[in-house]
Design a protein around this ligand. Sequence first.
Ligand code: ADP
Length: 438
Amino acid sequence: MFDFWRRALVFPFALIFFALLLWAVAGALPAALFFGIFLLVRLVIHLRQLALLEDWLADPDARAVPDGAGLWEGVFARLNRMMRLNREERARHNAALQHMEQATSALPEGVVMLDEADHIEWCNPLAEQHFGLDCVRDIGQQITYMARQPEFVQYLAMRSFGEPLVLRGVRQDGLTLSIKLIPYSGNKKLLISRDNTRFERIETMRRDFVANVSHELRTPLAVVNGFVETLCDMPSLENDMARHALGLMGEQTQRMARLVNDLLTLSKLDNALNALREETVDMPALLRALYQEGQALSGEQHALRLELESDCAVLGNAEELRSAFGNLVSNAIRYTPQGGEIVLRWQEQNDQPVFSVQDSGIGIAPQHIPRLTERFYRVDHSRSRETGGTGLGLAIVKHVANRHQARLGIVSEEGKGSTFSIAFPARRRLPLGEEFQA
Ligand code: ADP
């Protein structure tokens, strides 16, 4: 700074000095002329430098910083250095950005950056394929103009950041995408899409295979079972061993038939194309029927009780709910020793309708509880088989609960008993307006 003023003031002081000297020697007029002419020359030099600067500023990226003279030399040199540093900085940023873009292009998932109003800010090549976007052309466009499927639009509007959405039949290629929204930097969002088409195809093949095998086995099993029963009933069958063997064969074929039926039920529930057919389900009536069936199944071995604390109905599928609740009741009977108590309850907890079956049976150790709904998971294999279990009952219950957005709860203590409950979301509750008696 000091250097600048030193250099800036040398010329005016020198000019004043020489002008004063000339005044003393030659008089005021020549001194004034001398002073004026040099001042004018100086002004022209400054204006020329200013013009050069103005000219350069019109397009600083394309032109080189001019070479200044005098005081301007320092200014232009600094500008030049600033521009160089700026260019280097920009080159570094561009390289980092390119690096990031290359990395995100290599991601096995599509990524779209959305602003607060769901406009596209950036996307990677895989997202272009998934949503039919063009990374350059569609920047700034609303994502829902590009991907218009109603489920997707609804998912985006709901801002459900926890749950992924499965979109089937996307675009002409019929892709199956798993989509997830992740919030970042305030109200912005990352839309992550994964192509699950291959996985879905294999899943469908697996499901179809199980369903087809079960279906094919049904008829031969029914025929064998029929013959075994007929043979058993034949009065001419005197051989005890043959009668015993036929009895065992009958039991096993019936067990196989139950397995096949449960597998078919599961495949139906598993099928994504099989949407839930909703109707008003009169729960008190359904529970009364289940209670009667339970009593028949128990054969008066247990004290069965029905507690209808609510008369509300639910919006759901009666057949599926009957199958799920039936499994819970049958389990309670099968895993409760003779003389035990079983309570079927229908109640409301915080606006949520809840069905529960409480038993005083053998109970379940805590380490088994998280795995009970897995297919063929049994705590005690022999007890399950002896009582005619297939190992698929709770898997069916879990599927039915999921299809109704209901929560399956299991509370149990080994040796004391268990309570299995299904809590429906409040929006499935329908008032029945009917008198009831427990
Ligand atoms: P299963 O046909 O073997 O009963 P489920 O899927 O219905 O198959 O049940 C899985 C396992 O959970 C059963 O094998 C049993 O060990 C346990 N279980 C289910 N319900 C009860 C219950 N009420 N009390 C004790 N254990 C139970």
